[in-house]
Design a binder for this molecule. Sequence first.
Ligand code: SAH
Length: 211
Amino acid sequence: MGDWGRAEYLARQGIRDRRVLAAIGNLSREDFVPAGERDAAYQDVPLPIGHGQTISQPYVVALMSEALRLRGCERVLEIGTGSGYQTAVLAMLAREVFTVEIVPELARPARRLLHRLGFSNVFFKEGDGSLGWSNAAPFDAIIATAAPEDIPRELLRQLKPGGRMVIPVGATNETQELLRIRRGQPGMLPRVERLLPVRFVPMTGHGLAPA
Ligand code: SAH
């Protein structure tokens, strides 16, 4: 399926943000999957990328990107670089992307690939993203592509007032919900919306005390 076919497919699934459709249309997902999975790169399914991890389903990448409501001027934190596919989409939608990956064997090839593809607005870190990236905080938007049991307190702290966080949350992969959390002005409680039942790999790490 060609690029246009893919953007049209996502539009038919209900994705409305034209910048999201254009960003995904401009990327070759086959660049981000292992050689043995290339034939399946344009199917709307998650695929294995090694180390027990997966590249997310394109529809979910599109939905999460849209839910962040990016206009091009934002600084975004991503937890779970994985293949770097979602990272590349974000890099086309925002000013700067700070991405954290806990598995070095995934972080390094993703970093090399994004450099090779010419992305210069992405900053990479190997480590526990549940602790966020305090030196670069606060962020206009935060996205997690691995699921903690509860919303990590530190991530909420690193979100600007008015900022959006899109994150799958749930104790097991049967009960995860994709949430959008909007941090209000200081003193206000965050607003939580449920977007979709989902299945993500678990978020590992130590910063996982509930918010
Ligand atoms: N967006 C990626 C998804 C990869 S799967 C893609 O589409 O390719 C989720 C990723 O989150 C895995 O690579 C996993 O290693 C990573 N991860 C899990 N817990 C993490 C943590 N605490 N900090 C950073 N990365 C984490």
